[in-house]
Structures are given as C-alpha cells and as structure tokens.
Design a protein around this ligand. Sequence first.
Ligand code: ADP
Ligand code: MG
Length: 572
Amino acid sequence: LSCPDKSCQSDGEKKGQTASRVLFKRVILLYRPDYILLFGAFVFLSLAVLCEMFIPFYTGQVIDILRSQYQWNDFLTAILFMGLFSLGSSISAGCRGGLFMCAINSFTCRVRVKLFRSLVSQEIGFYETTKTGELTSRLSTDTNLMARAVALNVNVLLRTFIKTLGMLSLMLSLSWKLTLLMLMETPLTGLLQNIYDTFYQKLSKEVQDSIAQANDAAEEAVSGIRTVRGFKTEKSESCRYDACLMGTHNLKTRRDTVRAVYLLVRRITELGMKVAMLYYGRLIIQSGQMSTGNLVSFILYQSDLADNIRTLIYIFGDMLNSVSAAGKVFEYLDRKPEVCTEGTLQPDSLKGHVLFQNLTFSYPTRRDQKVLKDFCLELKPGQMTALVGASGGGKTTCVSLLERFYQAQEGEILLDGQPLQNYQHKYLHRKIAMVGQEPVLFSGSVKDNIAYGLGECSLQKVGVAARKANAHGFISQLEKQYDTDVGERGGLLSGGQKQRIAIARALIREPQVLILDEVTSCLDTESEQMGVKNDGGCTGKARGCSGGGNENDPPNEQERELRSRLTSPSHF
Ligand code: ADP
Ligand code: MG
C-alpha cells in the first residue's frame, strides 16, 4: 500500500493472488484422502440445489392456479411437486452437510498431526523466537479455518454458483426484460465488493495476530501461576490480558463495522432494485407478457439470488481468512529446522570423547551478544568433569550445544573425532543424556516419565534406574508407587523428587555421556538424608560424571556421592 508506483502495486496484487491460488491448490491436494467424502457431498449439494430451484417456480404455478378457475387435480399436483422438491432439498442438504463435516474433521486432524510433527522437530531457537500462543493458535484456529477454506467455502461457492446459473436461466425464461433490469445492479455490486475485500482482508489478519497475542498472555500467566501468586501480580496479569483482549475487541469491532456498512449499502441497493422491479413487473403484467404467478416466482428468485450473493460475500470474507490461515500453517509445515538433524552415523561402540573446538556462539534472539568466543574444552572418556563459573557464564550454553539444541556459528564439537551433526539424531540423544537445570516431567505415571521415549520398558529396568538415581525410596512411598500420576509438568511432586526422576530418566538410557546441569540445585533441602550436598563455594555448576574421576580435581563430598550413585560404564 505504501508503494507509490501503480505498476508496483499491481505487481504486488498479482503476486498476492498467485500466492492465494497456490495455497488453495495445496489445501485441495491435502484433502486427497477425503476426495470420496467430498465427491458424495458435491452430489448431494447439486441435488439439493436442483430441488431448491424449483420451489419458487411451483409457488408461482400455485398462485396462477388459484387465480384461475382451477381444477382440484392441477392444484394437488402443483402442491405435491412443491412438497417433493422441498423434501428432496432438505434430505440432500442434510447429507451434504454431514459429509462435508466428516471431510473437514478428518482433514483438520490430519493437518494438526502433520503440523505438530513439524513443530516438535524445529530447533530450540525457533521456540525462543516464536510465542507459544502463536503456535497453539496455528494448531487450533488456523487448521480449522484452513479446513473450512475448501470444504465449507467451496461448498457454498459451488452451491451458490450452480443455483445462480439455474435461477438465471429460469428467470430469463420467465422474463428477459426483468432479468436485464436486475443484472444492471451487478457492476455496482462488484465495485462495492472490491473495496470491501481490501479492508476486510487487512483487518482479518490484524484480528488473528491480536488473538494470538492474547493467547500468549494467558498461557504465560497460567503456566507461571506460582510465580504470579508468589509476587501477587494477579491483578497486573489480568490487566495485561485485558489490554490484549481490548485490542482484539477493537479490531473485531472495526472489522465487523466494515462488514455491517457493506451489507447495509448492499441491502439498500437490493431494496431499490426490488421496488423498481415491482413497478416494471406491473407494467409487463398489464401488457399481458407475464402472469401474476410468474412475477411472484421471479421476485422469489430475485430475493433468493440476493441471499445467495449475501452468503457469497460473507463466505468471501471467510475465505480470505482461511487463505491467510493456510499460509501461516504451510509456513510452519514447510519450515526446515535450522539445526540439521539428518546425520546417519551410529557406531556400535562409542568412547564418549568430547572436544569443543574453537566454538563461537550467540543465541538466535541475541545475535550480537557472544556467549562463547573461541571456546575450547576436552572431556575425556571415563572422567567426571565439572564446569564451574559465575551465573550467566555459559555453562548451560555448553550443555545446550552438546545436546545440539543450537548450532554454533563457528567451530564444532567432536564426539569420538566426528562432528556431532554426523551422528543420527536419535542415536546421539541416547548416547548423550542430560538432566537439565529445571527438569520437566510430563503428565502421566512415574514409570512413564522414567521410561520416556523408550516405548515398552519393563518395570524392573525402570526400578533399577530409579534406585541408581536414589528415587526408588520416595517412589515406593507414593500411593500407587510407579503408577502414581505426577500431574501436569510434574506439579504433584517436589522439585527434588522431580529432579531425581529426571536423573533416572537419563540413567535408564545407559548413556555414554551424562550431563548434569546444576542437578543438585533442587536437591539441597533433601540432601541431608541423601548425603548429597551442594558446595556453597560456586555460584553454578554444570558437570558431566564418570565412574573414573579426575586426578587434577580431587572429588569433594558431593561428587563422591554422585559417583557412587551413577555407576554407568563411561561418562564424562
Ligand atoms: P550459566 O548456565 O552459566 O548460568 P547460561 O549458559 O545459561 O549461563 O547463559 C549464558 C549467557 O547466555 C547469559 O548471559 C544468558 O543471559 C544468555 N542466555 C542464556 N540462554 C539464552 C537464550 N535462550 N537466549 C538468549 N540468551 C541466553
Ligand atoms: Mg545454567
């Protein structure tokens, strides 16, 4: 819109139209498994339209019969036909609606699964730059809108199109003069629609973005409810959500006002047209070129046609929404993760020798702040190495890079001499296990959480891992032991219990490299009974453990404890 050059504007418009067409085609192709359902729906749609079209015609016939010296049989036949067409139209419309809904539901499920798969395979940086509300909005609202783009909107478009054609031919056969008069309104309708489309499309996009923003605010407050309660910020969080909703409300009001004004103008033009037609129709009847019944049929068709156009306009707005929603869904469906996960290497044996070679790294959200600069580190197999440093020094960053959550801008990490990206993604995450600073559990049982990602896993194996992580004791005291539900995000357990389950979850994989990122931070309060103590001297620690030990760094009490508990064959 800001482009002053007209040719440039039309280029932009053309590109927009082509993009919309491409999106539409893609949505239609995605519907492929439901083509049979859609075909059935289209058959019923045509039947319903055909039946509907004859109802006004027979209404006119009945009026003409009633106005003449009518035969009872003629009247009955006309009424019977009207009844049959009405029944046929209702049954077909019901079947059409049912089949379309089935197709929409199956499409939505399929696209949601695809989209979810694509989302969960994105690199971690993607989640830092994309808000959760935006993602949930794509998954829920946009997939639905996208499904409607084809099934519902095309349904209505087709129905309107077939019906309009049929009605126009019937109207022409009733009176071509009245039909021409009615068609004179069309250019005005087209112009109005064009202006309306431009405004509506722009406002629709703004409304969608604003809804995503409000979802974000709610999601953030609900997921951090403990912090909100702890800092007594309920009111300010409510105000924030309220402000977002007000923004959405204002945008929606503007959008709906545009629609209302448009419909008002259309209605006025239609009413004017109706008056003109009644006036002209009276003259035609007086000249004997048309019966009263035919004029009634014509007027009924005309208002039906106007209804059709109104529906078309509504659907057009909806279709614009759907296309922009489809665009957003495809954007995420097509997105390739920036951190490559296509390595294939999966050697039978792995020593666990890790080398950070001249790494330079900055986070995607803060490209100008280098967290690691020309960083080198060697982690030898069979040794426990601790990274000690100030908070914010970059310990967790090292862990994240070793886990391939991010890709360093310069340098690389070698595992047994091979760059990390050469290893198969799944293999790598089995061989390198991590217990994070803030362990995250999923709703489900304790057993499910320990065996997370392993599929079928025996209770005995889970028990062994839990014992190694010193979690068996408290799990045995839980109401249903290993079957106890941990609640959403593990909310029914204490921080220390969550961390011990997270340690068991890492140990059950028997990893070659085990990373513990400040893993004792939550164990502090419970450490006395367990003998796991956090050394007060340093502000933060990320460590890898092994059964071996580092000669240069004599183990303190905590490390001895960890070593005795973590008895996997080779860690760092
Ligand atoms: P440590 O674990 O040693 O306390 P981190 O590795 O977490 O420190 O953080 C190192 C630096 O990187 C800090 O300045 C921190 O603010 C920044 N940082 C950490 N995580 C992110 C992130 N996801 N996006 C942007 N900056 C980050
Ligand atoms: Mg950290």
